[in-house]
Design a protein around this ligand. Structure first.
Ligand code: NAD
Length: 347
């Protein structure tokens, strides 16, 4: 655990256990240098507890980088509630988790993530005010999807020199909260879609509503398209998949898309433009942090719209510096965090 914390530069790792409700929760706080750490709460099954801790630590770091590049007054964190096997009372579990969040005194603000929904955030809010995505605030997914759409437009303009998405072929992996909305936006913009999901229901909807073609989940990597848009799982750019990819651009919402940084280098060598996940998928975080701070819908929309131009700048800098886009993005986020550390230690 300490080795992982050290290599991720994580400030705190908290473990919570409540035998009555069956709660086993992990909160990883990567950084509070720029303000209270914010990040979603996952509620999924894990093979073992080590995997759950690794997931929380990796995702927390990504949240710090995301908040830094989005210019938000927050650090990054992530929570994981390990989904109990057998029967459990979901409301009690979420309420108990609310008490855990409250015990951190505002260092961590929780939010929705894979496996949690607005109603869970309402249960959590019974015991803490350090929670967002409640029914008073809403689901961040449409804002994440809008940011991904802006990012795809900017990437197509940069790489393919096309102003419009009309006729651009885009393959989408995962048609959940974000992926389905991205599919809708792309279809409305005239793009041609190939989709894959392990769940047949959203595929049928994409076929009927967006005229999409579908492929088996394992075949999505080798689709000959302009853009690959991963909106399902993490670590999908790995030793097995890099060789299969036949696209010009990878731009999607999934967190931690690169299994390792070297896979980003391999994409650059293949001439594939990669939109760093923690920048292109920051629309949801911008929404939750801004709503938490009481900003207007209009201000939030314009910040999300800005994701496209932020990506464009990053692509330019990658060319100027000769470094892969993912490395430039990491360096930018790290220098923002280092500057915050300097200010904090001087104070
Ligand atoms: P979701 O759980 O609603 O959707 C995920 C979809 O992926 C589901 O439809 C699922 O069936 C599908 N899927 C799972 N395994 C698959 C496989 N092997 N092949 C194809 N499809 C598969 O999640 P979401 O909220 O839409 O988020 C999608 C991704 O974006 C996640 O990685 C999430 O961490 C990331 N993300 C989401 C938000 C947000 O606002 N929801 C914000 C930032 C990042």
């Amino acid at each position: 655990m300490f080795k992982q914390m050290e290599s991720n530069h994580t400030q705190r790792l908290q473990l919570f256990c409540d035998p009555d409700s069956g709660l086993k929760a992990i909160i990883a706080i990567h950084s509070t240098l720029k303000g209270p750490a914010i990040g979603g709460c996952r509620f999924i099954s894990y093979k073992n507890e080590e995997d759950a801790i690794t997931d929380a630590l990796r995702l927390a770091k990504g949240m710090s980088y995301k908040a830094a590049l989005a210019g938000l007054p927050h650090g990054g964190a992530k929570a994981v509630i390990i989904r109990p096997e057998g029967d459990f009372n979901r409301s009690s579990l979420m309420q108990e988790f609310g008490k855990c969040v409250e015990s951190l005194g505002g260092d961590y603000i929780t939010a929705m993530d894979s496996g949690t929904q607005v109603s869970d955030m309402d249960q959590i809010s019974k015991h803490t005010r350090f929670v967002t995505c409640t029914s008073a605030i809403g689901d961040p997914s449409p804002y994440t999807a809008q940011g991904v759409f802006e990012g795809i437009k900017a990437s197509v303009k940069f790489k393919l020199r096309k102003e419009s998405l009309s006729g651009i072929h885009i393959s989408i992996q995962g048609l959940g909260h974000v992926g389905f909305e991205v599919a809708r936006l792309l279809h409305n913009a005239g793009a041609k879609l190939t989709v894959a999901d392990i769940n047949p229901d959203p595929i049928k909807l994409c076929q009927s509503q967006f005229n999409a073609r579908s492929v088996n989940p394992e075949d999505i990597y080798s689709v000959d398209a302009d853009v690959f848009c991963p909106c399902g799982l993490g670590a999908i750019i790995n030793d097995d998949t890099v060789a299969k990819l036949q696209v010009s651009i990878i731009a999607g919402s999934a967190n931690n898309q690169l299994a390792e940084d070297r896979h980003g280098d391999q994409l650059a060598e293949k001439g594939i433009l990669y939109a760093p996940d923690f920048l292109i998928n920051s629309g949801g975080l911008i929404f939750v942090a801004s709503r938490y701070a009481g900003l207007s819908q209009q201000a939030i929309k314009s910040k999300v719209h800005h994701i496209g131009s932020a990506l464009h700048q990053l692509y330019q800098e990658s060319i100027t510096s000769g470094s892969g886009v993912h490395r430039v993005a990491n360096r930018q986020a790290e220098s923002i965090l280092a500057a915050a550390e300097k200010i904090n230690s001087a104070a």
